[in-house]
Design a binder for this molecule. Structure first.
Ligand code: CA
Length: 418
């Protein structure tokens, strides 16, 4: 990889949206919702760009870009979306004059990002949440079970996951209300009902798939990346006190399904390929269907901030996606090994991404160690969990040899219980 690509669009060095990125999203501007990409501080209106005929011959129709979701694009498959992204990268390179040469077209196609509103980019069909960070699973097991046997016996054999709910996945910027529900304060007391007291974020990334194979077929680890369109930042909100009372014996339910927040731009897997790294050594050896070759982890730097009402944000965690024990190829291979079918627009969350050090944990549960170790914010206040009117902001980007590809942010403000 070399930093040889430059664009005729002025892009800040620190922008997540370099010419190496070219993500996909959905915008509304002047009352019209359509598919877009992004470069620097501009969105690329792909509906208008298609009208110029510069996207002809790539296998797309005007209706694909006039759509309110990216699902039509994903249904065209990996080769088609790759051709589209490659063509966009070509059109915006310094030396390319095809679009740059027409001021009229440029002013139609490039819209300042501040002049548009972002929309939920994907009609999410099914949502699966994994539990693939060994540091996170170890921390939770240490806190709630046994420090000497923190990982359950299945953890190093199975990329553990559960089926979540897609209806309450929301876009960055949308506010949520603190959920209410049943909790059980102490073992010897009766349960109570009221606002969640232990509201938490989970720092995660999600990947979004193309159309998979028919029911009954499996996707191998070698094939998995061909079925992954791209990734988003994902805050998988959790009500820890509700969770603790309800999860026996069937697992997560109302503690998890009140909201999960995702970032607006889907960064393609193609844009992330140059940032692949080796993952942790897996021991014991995995079953053959979970074996993989090559570097399957991705070096994505992650940060969580808490912003109290009217105050500056404080960074409370810095983690990295490269720490994940189970990689996406293994997750998808495991998900389909029984013949489960996957579809364009399905979302798979990584599980909380905790790093090895105290300042890299991906949830308040771990950062404050069940509330025993409050986190100091810059304004002098303390947090054990998330308070009303706090905004939780997550950011993520890859950087190597001066090339940056990032996700922007996912930001959600918590309002009091309704
Ligand atoms: Ca989760």
């Amino acid at each position: 990889m070399s930093s040889s690509l430059t664009s005729w669009v002025d892009i800040n060095q620190q922008s997540d949206f370099s010419i190496y990125n070219i993500p996909f999203g959905v915008i509304t501007s002047q009352g019209k919702t359509r598919v877009a990409s992004r470069i620097g501080d501009y969105v690329i209106d792909l509906s208008s760009l298609f009208e110029t005929t510069l996207l002809d011959g790539l296998g797309f129709d005007q209706s694909d870009f006039d759509s309110h979701k990216l699902n039509n694009l994903m249904l065209k498959g990996k080769q088609a979306t790759r051709r589209l992204r490659n063509r966009l990268q070509e059109l915006f390179q310094q030396e390319n004059n095809e679009l740059k040469g027409s001021e009229n077209w440029v002013s139609k196609v490039l819209i300042p990002v501040d002049a548009v509103s972002m929309e939920m980019p994907v009609e999410i069909g099914d949502y699966t949440d994994f539990y693939s960070s060994i540091e996170h699973a170890t921390n939770v097991g240490t806190m709630f079970r046994d420090p000497d046997n923190a990982l359950l016996p299945n953890w190093k054999y199975i990329p553990v996951g559960y089926h979540g709910r897609s209806s309450s996945i929301i876009l960055s910027g949308q506010e949520i209300h603190r959920p209410k529900g049943q909790q059980k304060p102490k073992d010897d007391e009766a349960p109570i009902f009221g606002p969640c007291k232990l509201l938490d974020f989970e720092l995660e990334l999600g990947f979004i798939t193309y159309e998979g194979k028919p029911l009954g077929e499996s996707i191998s680890t070698a094939e998995a990346n061909d079925y992954i369109f791209g990734m988003v930042l994902f805050n998988d909100w959790s009500a820890r006190d509700i969770q603790k009372w309800e999860y026996v014996p069937l697992g997560p339910f109302l503690a998890k399904n009140f909201a999960s927040s995702m970032s607006a731009w889907v960064v393609t897997l193609d844009a992330l390929e140059d940032f692949r790294v080796a993952g942790p050594q897996q021991d014991p050896a995995v079953f053959p269907y979970l074996e993989f070759s090559g570097n399957q982890n991705i070096d994505i730097q992650l940060e969580v901030q808490i912003q109290p009402e009217g105050k500056e944000p404080s960074t409370v965690s810095q983690s990295n996606y490269k720490h994940m024990y189970w990689n996406q190829s293994q997750q998808l291979a495991h998900h389909t090994v029984n013949g489960c079918d996957i579809h364009a627009g399905d979302l798979y969350a990584s599980g909380t991404i905790s790093g090895p050090t105290r300042d890299s944990y991906g949830s308040m549960l771990e950062l404050s160690w069940k509330g025993t170790n409050p986190i100091q914010l810059n304004d002098g206040s303390e947090r054990k969990f998330i308070q009303d009117h706090d905004t939780v902001i997550m950011k993520g980007y890859c950087e190597k040899n001066g090339i940056r590809v990032g996700f922007g942010e996912v930001s959600t403000k918590v309002l009091p219980t309704k």
